[in-house]
Design a binder for this molecule. Structure first.
Ligand code: NAD
Length: 459
């Protein structure tokens, strides 16, 4: 029988809200606090501030049975929690380092108001050494308020993926706890016990290793993506098909099938920022991370691959009408932070094109909201977006886009050119249609270049 633990979660974002609901669902008594009062009042009204499959149902269920509550008053949360989880943002600063101001501000608030023992858990993704900074910040704030209460700090990085976050949280492959404090380990073991499939799920280690493992994991996944994008670019140049190459590679159990899809580059709120943060951490410690730097630069270059393919295919984009399918950085989320589609739209507009976009969840992009609708608009249906278009870009591989109605495209588009940034339609045979289809790494881009060079050599 699990002991019901009083937990406070700071931050009602993707990680904080999922963690709060997940911990409530396994029997704990959770208070979730956010400084964004509008977000909190929406949550109190049962409105979830972002889309995450299964989250709304879970939150509503836990609120209804009293195991989950929301507040904008940190005081209430601190008074409630035996475990205080910090799950606030750590956005990148100009130099790539992680901005710890939100994390340290929560630590200061905790230190200034803590009245009983608590385990302070750092769930945000933070550079190595942050647990020490959090400990110092709490101690300093306590000293200023002449408080003297025992507390422990533990690193507990989160590995959930947006789009499958609830599932990831409820069925974790591993839970990492980084601290040397035995009481904190015991409490966190109790708290996570219902989520541990076996005794190996919970991995206890020192805080520094725990902090580094999150960055190392994301850097590894991003490396696979950039590697495959680099191979795809080579496949385009030499006239090979990256799908066939991937099929062979994935069959090798030493390699495996995941994160091997070539595409328009990775985005989102984690990979780009975490890679820049780990690179900056390396520089700061005199340990230059050459591989990570290459992964970043390959990905930066990949952001312009779709644009280049379009220009190669139809020439100048000035005055051309471009349809974009998919705005979120990946399917099943409405998160557009560092989304490849946002970068593509920026470039298309800079080239003088007009853009009509569609996404199943995203109906507004704040960064382009001031543009006139003749230049950029988001419409409700994918086939509305292609009306009169010279080119269609598929940027996010939403399941809804998989079954393509080719005849509608031909009927509605000015020139049916498809740039498939995720090889979503690579199984469709377009050869008998008037559609010009261009995928990623499928010898469709520079096949002419490749055959030309073969002819030259032969000649
Ligand atoms: N999003 C992901 O998929 C993911 C996965 C694993 C780890 N992470 C990491 O988790 C952390 C949070 O990410 P996120 O995507 O949930 O961020 P988010 O931006 O969605 O949410 C952060 C929330 O914290 C709130 N906040 C800021 N300061 C606060 C304070 N002082 N008190 C209370 N609330 C405060 C904000 O208002 C916001 O609602 C980051 O470090 C991120 O790198 C994110």
């Amino acid at each position: 029988m699990t002991r019901k633990i009083n937990v406070a979660v700071f931050g009602a974002g993707y990680v904080g809200l999922v963690s709060a609901a997940g911990l409530a669902a396994i029997g704990h008594n959770v208070v979730c606090v956010d400084i964004d009062a509008t977000k909190v009042s929406k949550l109190i009204d049962g409105e979830i501030p972002f889309y995450e499959p299964g989250l709304s149902e879970l939150v509503l269920k836990c609120v209804a049975n009293g195991s989950l509550r929301f507040t904008s008053l940190p005081k209430n949360a601190i008074a409630h929690g035996e475990v205080l989880i910090i799950a606030v943002g750590t956005p990148p600063l100009e130099d790539g380092t992680a901005d710890l101001s939100q994390v340290l501000s929560v630590a200061k608030t905790i230190g200034g108001q803590l009245e009983k023992y608590a385990v302070v858990v750092v769930k945000s993704t933070v550079p190595v050494g942050t647990s020490d900074l959090v400990t110092n910040e709490i101690a300093r704030a306590m000293h200023e308020k002449s408080l003297s209460v025992d507390f422990a700090v533990a690193s507990n990085p989160e590995f959930l993926k947006e789009g499958d976050a609830v599932n990831d949280f409820m069925k974790p492959d591993r839970i990492v706890v980084g601290t040397n404090d035995q009481l904190a380990i015991e409490i966190l073991r109790e708290m996570y016990q219902p989520l541990c499939l076996n005794e190996n799920t919970l991995m206890v280690m020192d805080a520094r290793s725990s902090e580094l493992c999150k960055y190392a994991s994301n850097a590894m996944l991003a490396t696979r993506i950039s590697f495959m994008n680099e191979m795809a670019n080579l496949a385009d140049c030499v006239g090979a098909d990256i799908n066939e190459v991937r099929r062979v590679m994935a069959a090798d159990p030493r390699i495996g099938a995941k994160y091997l899809n070539a595409g328009a580059g990775f985005g989102g709120s984690c990979f780009p920022k975490d890679l820049r943060a780990i690179a900056a951490m390396g520089d700061e410690h005199g340990c230059s991370l050459e591989l990570v730097a290459s992964v970043i630069s390959v990905n930066d270059a990949q952001q312009s691959v779709l644009l280049e393919k379009a220009k190669y295919s139809i020439g100048s984009l000035k005055g051309k009408r471009c349809a974009v399918w998919g705005l979120s950085f990946k399917p099943d989320t409405d998160d557009v932070r560092e989304a490849p589609a946002v970068a593509l739209i920026h470039s298309l507009i800079a080239e003088g094109a007009t853009v009509v976009a569609h996404d199943p969840l995203v109906s507004w992009l704040s960064m382009y909201s001031s543009l006139p609708t003749e230049i950029f608009s988001i419409v409700d249906s994918p086939y509305e977006a292609v009306v009169g278009a010279d080119v269609l870009f598929l940027v996010t591989e939403w399941e809804q886009f998989r079954n393509l109605d080719v005849s509608q495209l031909i009927e509605k588009m000015q020139n049916p050119v498809i740039i498939d940034g995720r090889n979503l339609w690579s199984n469709i045979d377009f050869t008998q249609t008037e559609v010009k289809y261009i995928g990623i790494g499928r010898h469709s881009f520079t096949a002419n270049k490749a055959s030309a060079s073969v002819q030259l050599r032969a000649g």
